[in-house]
Design a protein around this ligand. Structure first.
Ligand SMILES: Cc1ncc(C[n+]2csc(CCOP(=O)(O)OP(=O)(O)O)c2C)c(N)n1
Length: 674
């Protein structure tokens, strides 16, 4: 044994087995008390986790946010009590016995699955299987990028993952494994809980993959060990740390280890063992202690494990103090997620240029031009795309490709792996030091959905560049034309959906996405060229309130309000021209971000929406959600079905999304009322 903690444990006569049993029974007893949860996995992986936390993991419970800590991701999130037990035993102050006793109760930090931001030491939210291991790839990648910038005296840590059979069955794991192997992320170490059990029973029911070969085929080092043999676990982790590739350690374990009648069966997976079986397990493992009582010597040995990295922590603080001021300041600024001075001025100059030139641009191109400015002034922006770089315009002169041989780049070629792209971006954001953005077609948000939902749940600044945002993409047809995707994203709490109408709004929406440190954003962008609508320079970011009057009614008082987003704002402007010519006072409201508009006060909303006017919503998507803006007197012009394959202009005609249709909808309603 190699560490202070082990020495302390030895000195007080505490064996690994005793420490692991403390963990096992905290988990089993908490699940029993809650009458809900998963005891099997923590009992099975307690030996592995004990070795990891007492001998290897670099962490400091007194400073859970220490930037150079090792990251630990419990990808098998259903085994949350394993993590809570580890954090409690190693001395995280906030992870009290009271919280453990309140496992899964309202208001406790010990949520059913580990939730980021609820408890220190929980590095990411897990539970949806496969997300954790993929998020960890992002963390391991961020570590390499950060080390490249700041050197290994400030950045040198590992990312450890515990993943189960379920995580490895999920499709996203293949994307993750493949990308990690390709990038040779050698500081990523996955401990696979190889227990051959999932909910339905034996994994034989559903899977016969040779996992070792699968990982090897993707460029990983693989080791297989007895997960109940601490020395084997320690030897495997030591070997993994020396590898030039990511490592999978297949830890053969018995689910529910120690339970005489249930171990090795799915019945330990998702329900309490039951009082009798816990009593029998206490006997079998020779653990006579009452629930939640940890014998003093064992508690002490665990706390010593929590103190173990103190010298490394202090030495790191010292190195940070001695680092060149400029480097230190930049490291601390980016780690805190603070944007650099000067970026707004650069963007402002770009806005002035746009006002001057008034370019007709597809908003995807406007986004590319904006990114050219932003990636130049914000070095922590890390771009990427899921193999659509030329279409989504996410690459800029400042973002050179990242590769296994070169982590000085800033652009990730994710390959055709949208789901991994989203989860990896979560990992990069959670790791800290960088702001990730990544592009694909809006319709493929469905492929990323599970990870996008976690960006929102965790409040991470991840920016999704989502182009080809409607039937306006044309010939590629309905498989590529989103109609229900905007409502799906808008229905997601804490997720801002932007749909800018022209180049100026695109620049503004990018600024907002960057400023929103706790909210992910999706920027929906057109494939087709759009006219410049915002032709005046405005210092104020007009998109910040989510919706604003782009053109007020002319001479006559406002009778009609046309509400539109993105590519349909120019249609609304054309309809306004016709209505105004008829003497009907018509305003056009651009609504680049509903979520922001919903947060405005009632007066502003009324001023914009014109509650006494006839309101028509226009968006080339299904109308889900528009009712609240158009009201009972209003109408919606958009899609009622999937799209079709044809040139874009024909599709707008075919589906009746035209200036004439808008005029017709408005005038019919006005006539009906008169
Ligand atoms: C994406 C997703 N699908 C389904 C579930 C429900 N679920 C939770 S645990 C589990 C089985 C996992 O098996 P394994 O990883 O082998 O865990 P163990 O039984 O060994 O604890 C399932 C299907 C989930 N959490 N996430």
């Amino acid at each position: 044994m190699n560490a202070i903690a082990r020495e302390t444990a030895d000195a007080i006569g505490v064996a690994d087995k005793d420490m692991a049993n403390a963990l096992r029974f905290i988990a089993a007893d908490a699940v029993q008390r809650a009458e809900s949860g998963h005891p099997g996995m923590p009992m099975g992986m307690a030996d592995v986790a004990t070795v990891l936390f007492t001998r290897f993991l670099k962490f400091n419970p007194a400073d859970p946010e220490w930037q150079d800590r090792d990251r630990f991701v419990l990808s098998a999130g259903h085994g949350s009590m394993l993590l809570y037990g580890l954090l409690h035993l190693t001395g995280y102050e906030d992870v009290t016995l009271e919280e453990i006793r309140n496992f899964r109760q309202l208001g406790s930090t010990t949520a059913g699955h580990p939730e980021y931001g609820h408890m220190p030491g929980v590095e990411t939210t897990t539970g949806p299987l496969g997300q954790g291991i993929t998020t960890a790839v992002g963390m391991a990648l961020a570590e390499q990028l950060q080390q490249n910038r700041y050197g290994d005296s400030l950045v040198d840590h590992h990312t450890y993952v515990i993943a189960g059979d379920g995580c490895l069955m999920e499709g996203i794991s293949q994307e993750a494994i493949s990308l990690a192997g390709h990038l040779k992320l050698n500081k990523l170490i996955v401990l696979w809980d190889d227990n051959s059990i999932s909910i339905d029973g034996s994994t034989d029911l559903s899977v016969s993959d040779d996992q070792a070969k699968r990982f090897e085929a993707s460029g990983w080092a693989v080791n297989a060990i007895d997960g109940h043999d601490p020395e084997a676990v320690a030897a495997a982790i030591t070997a993994a740390k020396g590898n030039d590739r990511p490592t999978l350690i297949a830890c053969r374990t018995i689910i529910g280890f120690g339970s005489p009648n249930k171990a090795g069966t799915a019945s330990t997976h998702g329900s309490p063992l039951g009082h009798d079986e816990i009593a029998a397990s206490r006997e079998q493992l020779d653990w006579p202690h009452e629930p939640f009582v940890i014998p003093e010597a064992i508690g002490k040995a665990w706390r010593a494990a929590g103190e173990r990295s103190r010298p490394a922590y202090e030495a790191w603080q010292e190195r940070l103090q001695q680092a060149k001021q400029e480097l230190r300041d930049e490291f601390l600024r980016t780690s805190k997620g603070v944007l650099p001075a000067g970026w707004q001025a650069d963007l402002d100059a770009f806005k002035r240029e746009l006002a001057e030139e008034q370019p007709a641009l597809a908003t995807r191109k406007a986004s590319g031009a904006t990114l050219k400015v932003l990636t130049n002034s914000i070095p922590e922006l890390i771009g990427g795309s899921a193999d659509l770089t030329g279409s989504v315009n996410t690459k800029t002169p400042d973002t050179l490709p990242i590769s296994a041989d070169d982590f000085s780049g800033r652009y990730i070629h994710y390959g055709v792996r949208e789901h991994a792209m989203a989860a990896v971006m979560n990992g990069i954001a959670l790791h800290g030091g960088f702001i990730p953005y990544g592009g694909t077609f809006l319709v493929f948000a469905d492929y990323m959905r599970a990870a996008m939902r976690l960006s929102a749940l965790m409040g991470q600044r991840v920016i999704y560049v989502l182009t080809h945002d409607s039937i306006g993409l044309g010939e590629d047809g309905p498989t590529h034309q989103p109609v229900e995707t905007l409502p799906m994203l808008r229905a997601t709490p804490n997720f801002n959906v932007y749909r800018p109408a022209d180049a100026m709004e695109t620049a503004e929406c990018w600024a907002l996405a960057l400023e929103d440190g706790d909210t992910p954003s999706g920027i929906a962008l057109s494939r087709q060229t759009l006219p410049a609508l915002r032709t005046d320079y405005s210092e104020e970011n007009l998109s910040a309130r989510g919706a604003y009057v782009l053109a007020e009614a002319g001479k006559a008082p406002r009778k009609v309000t046309l509400l539109a987003t993105g590519s349909e704002v120019s249609l609304a402007m054309a309809a306004r021209g016709i209505l105004e010519a008829k003497g009907i006072g018509t305003a056009v409201v651009s609504m680049p971000c509903w979520e922001r508009f919903d947060q405005q006060d009632a007066d502003y909303k009324a001023e914009v929406l014109g509650p006494d006017t006839v309101r028509v919503g226009v968006e080339a998507a299904v109308g889900f959600g528009w009712d609240r803006y158009v009201g009972e007197r209003g109408a919606f012009i958009g899609m009622q079905s999937f799209g079709a394959s044809a040139p874009a202009a024909q599709l707008y005609e075919h589906f009746g999304i035209t200036a004439e249709a808008i005029v017709e909808a408005a005038t019919t309603r006005l006539d009906n009322e008169e």
